[in-house]
Design a protein around this ligand. Structure first.
Ligand SMILES: *Cc1c(COP(=O)(O)O)cnc(C)c1O
Length: 426
């Protein structure tokens, strides 16, 4: 064996997987079972007491899901990961470990529309209070910090306009405040940006998007960077205090640099219950094997489409960080040198009506609420994903009435451009 560390594409195919020890199966089998037989009574007791690692019940862990967890942890450069049923489930599980009722977390205002909803309404009903900050104004994060702040949440490449967030600058604010930085890396995928390299303590993904990549399976994952000390100041009792349900063990003390991933599994997933189906884990693992190839094609196509739109007379503006003229191009060169992703927005001179009209005229692009599919997708955020926001908040989050969002797939770029050309001139 060479002592070379495997590269990203090798990890995307192999990390976490080995031939099945019983059958020799080379692809990771789908362990479609709810539960696992114990060796004996002592073995059962030690698994339940967290003295030994092993399979108990698929709500807590499953061997197919474990391969997915190891693979994404390797791709992100984290110590451990936990796969759950969706990106939103991952966000709930993360914050449940960090916030007590009455606590606060700071979130970037430019976020996936579903996250804005989840943070504003559902989380409020748990007593978790979101405080919004502007990712283009780092000082707004500093100003938002209070003694009750328990975390900062940002997207690496932000919805819907594909803007690039200055992760390092916000991680400095988080360090100073003594709170973890959570980065939603869904739109970048670890192929384009690895937030842990820039100071993230926790990375979260909707696996539903580029990691799965084929628009066929929901999933979410939490990656523990292993960087945060949960014991300071008693701010994170779920991690630092004795756990009555596990014979009084303290998770940070017992599990060290992967204590957060363990907390998410044994306190979050076990008790809240959003387990990922092993079948979905299999589909997503298969998707991840081609992540590097797909991301290259997604980015190449997105850049070509953005350039075409920027030169079209019906188009007022294009927000794509991969364009040299874009306000985020400097940040894109620093954080995403391999490509600025494939989700971006543009605005039409004809406003809201032109946006709605364009969406109805496109043929190759599918009009739907998803991103990160092999197929090219289009949506008008103001009337769909961001419709719950008032007009000022729509504009602030990059989803004004004239804005159309694209998620560029891996088709031939000439066909995508021809479809846009016919729809724009119709
Ligand atoms: C889709 C998405 C989510 C939510 O993930 P689900 O798998 O749909 O629950 C969160 N963040 C971003 C950036 C997303 O695109």
């Amino acid at each position: 064996m060479s002592d070379r560390l495997p590269g990203f594409s090798t990890l995307a195919v192999h990390a976490g997987a080995q031939p099945d020890p019983t059958t020799g199966a080379r692809a990771t089998p789908i362990y479609q079972t709810t539960s696992f037989v114990f060796n004996d009574a002592d073995h059962a007791a030690s698994l339940f007491g967290l003295q030994a690692f092993g399979n108990i019940y698929t709500r807590i862990g499953n061997p197919t899901n474990a391969v997915l967890e190891e693979r994404v942890a390797a791709l992100e450069g984290g110590t451990a990961a936990l796969a759950v049923a969706s990106g939103h489930a991952a966000q709930v599980v993360i914050l449940q470990q960090l916030l007590q009722p009455g606590d606060e977390f700071i979130a970037a205002r430019k976020l996936y529309g579903g996250s804005i909803n989840q943070f504003t309404h559902a989380f409020k009903s748990f007593g978790w209070n979101v405080v919004w900050a502007d990712p283009d104004d780092i000082a707004s994060f500093e100003r938002a910090v209070t003694p009750r702040t328990k975390a900062i949440f940002i997207e690496s490449i932000a919805n819907p306009a594909g803007s690039i967030t200055d992760i390092e600058a916000i991680s400095t604010v988080a360090r100073k405040a003594g709170v973890p930085l959570i980065v939603d890396n869904t739109l970048a995928s670890p192929y384009l940006i690895r937030p842990i390299d820039h100071g993230a303590d926790i990375v979260v993904h909707s696996l539903t998007k580029f990691l799965g990549g084929h628009g066929n399976s929901l999933g979410g994952i939490i990656v523990d960077a292993g960087t945060f000390d949960w014991s300071t100041g008693g701010k994170y009792p779920m991690l630092s205090e004795p756990r009555p349900e596990y014979h009084g063990i303290r998770l940070q003390e017992t599990f060290g640099n992967f204590a957060f991933a363990i907390a998410c599994r044994v306190l979050g997933l076990r008790d809240l219950g959003p387990a990922l189906s092993p079948f979905n884990a299999f589909m997503i693992l298969t998707g991840i094997e081609t992540l590097p190839l797909r991301m290259q094609k997604h980015c190449e196509n997105a850049k070509a489409v953005a350039e075409f739109l920027a030169g079209h007379p019906a188009v007022a503006s294009v927000s794509y960080a991969g364009l040299a003229s874009d306000k985020y191009n400097q940040l894109a060169r620093k954080y995403a040198p391999k490509g600025a992703g494939a989700v971006f927005t543009f605005s039409l001179k004809g406003g809201y009506d032109a946006g709605v009209n364009l969406v109805s005229k496109l043929q190759l692009f599918s009009h739907l609420a998803n991103v990160g599919d092999t197929r090219s997708l289009v949506i008008h955020p103001a009337s769909t994903t961001h419709s719950q926001l008032d007009d000022a908040a729509k504009v602030k989050s990059g989803a004004g009435p004239d804005v159309v969002r694209l998620s560029i797939g891996i088709e031939d770029k000439e066909d995508l451009i021809a479809d846009l050309e016919q729809a724009l001139s119709a």
